[in-house]
Write a new protein. Structure first.
Length: 216
């Protein structure tokens, strides 16, 4: 079974156990040329969810059952989950992200829309809100917006990801589920690691091994 099929299988089990019906689609973005995968749920007021680094749209699963009355669009950010990779260039990530979210809003036909962002996703959303006033209807920022705040330290295992050559090699390495759970706890806390369903850990550890994801 390919990594992609393993990810899809783990997602299917994850959402079925939670009683959730996920509508998966890919949007091809014309400004950036990126291919983003979006998991959509429910109906009503649109809301966009942007996850943190090393995670994927599936990481929002514990919240999705509580967000009734909304049309949720949970996005696999570039190089995460099953979205396509991006060849970022130094000092161009912020501009690329603004164009990427322009593309995303256009592809999903969104007006001013609430956004919930976690860590990296929060930083992307804050950049977009600053560049495009009014496009984000309201914004919830969960956790520090990546490492954008003074005094924030990058902890293990995220710090390893910043090391050239070593970071991508570690991400691509097969990691048994118990080891991945321990690493997950180092990044997000023991309580989060203990509560994370095994299927979610499988989604994330298989996605990390995709070569395009590690490179991004």
């Amino acid at each position: 079974m390919t990594l992609e099929n393993k990810i899809r299988h783990a997602e299917k089990q994850l959402f079925e156990a939670a009683g959730l019906n996920a509508e998966a689609s890919f949007v091809e973005l014309r400004r950036t040329g990126a291919s983003l995968r979006v998991l959509s749920f429910g109906s009503g007021q649109p809301v966009v969810l942007l996850h943190g680094v090393g995670l994927s749209a599936a990481a929002w699963m514990p919240l999705l059952g509580e967000l009734t009355g909304f049309r949720i669009h949970a996005v696999d950010l570039p190089g995460h989950g099953l979205s396509g990779p991006v060849a970022y260039r130094r000092a161009e990530v912020r501009g690329h992200t603004v164009r990427l979210i322009d593309d995303l809003y256009e592809a999903l036909a969104l007006g001013p829309t609430p956004v919930v962002g976690h860590s990296l996703g929060a930083m992307f959303a804050l950049w977009y809100a600053a560049a495009r006033p009014g496009r984000i209807g309201s914004l919830v920022v969960v956790g520090d917006p990546a490492v954008a705040l003074p005094g924030v330290r990058v902890r293990m295992p995220l710090s390893v990801m910043t090391v050239p050559v070593l970071g991508p090699a570690v991400l691509r390495s097969p990691t048994p589920r118990p080891v991945y759970r321990a690493l997950f706890g180092m990044g997000l806390g023991r309580a989060a690691a203990a509560a994370a369903p095994s299927e979610l850990l499988d989604v994330l550890r298989f996605a990390a091994r995709r070569s395009g994801n590690a490179r991004t």
